[in-house]
Design a protein around this ligand. Sequence first.
Ligand SMILES: [Mg+2]
Length: 239
Amino acid sequence: MRQTYTDLFIDFDDTLYDTHGNATIALGELFDEFRLGERFDDVRTFRDAYWRTNVELWAQYSRGEISRDYLILERFRRPLSSGQHDDPSWPDADYCGRMSDRFLELCSVKPGVVEGARELMDYLRAKDYRMHICSNGFHEVQYKKLKACGLYHYFDTIILSEDAGANKPSKQFFDHAFRVSGASRERTLMIGDNYNTDIEGAMNAGLDTLFFKRWDPAFEPPRPVTYEVETLREIMEVL
Ligand SMILES: [Mg+2]
């Protein structure tokens, strides 16, 4: 028989919020504002360098290997230093800091959501699930992003790793999430797009999981997940 859930733990970035799409737009705006056309052949070269670095750094951050401050500067320092420049000290921390602040500012007001997100939220709300955001994103921008995309009011609790004192996939994060939400392990389902942080973390914490395979439909989870979908709409067939 299918399990009956009362609570849903839901990842925010790139599960509901189109973080990748919104950041791609913001990187284009940065490119113009900081006149990076003088250093890169085109915006795409700059963006590709940024994404390569960003993915690596977020994986390290989730594992607790680097700090937030290191991440936000380094994700610009590395791609910028691959651009054309004569000054070996460029870009310095001050320049990367200004770019990072402006980037977070530009990103935090972008409204884009993943296709089907609003419809799914309406559906789940009508079915009376209690919903909790479970996110490794930064405190200073997550609330702004939730409000900018109009999804804030669907959630009973916003659980951020900076408040938990630990990132997903750690057990400490999920223990904190259960304390704050009052949810029970047996009646909670974790929904997320990142196998390593959302899904494996939740499995280790004893939760059922729904893996949103947004990025690579061919990816086979190394450990069996409870449910997997390729679009948000399919979640309505499961819950
Ligand atoms: Mg995510």
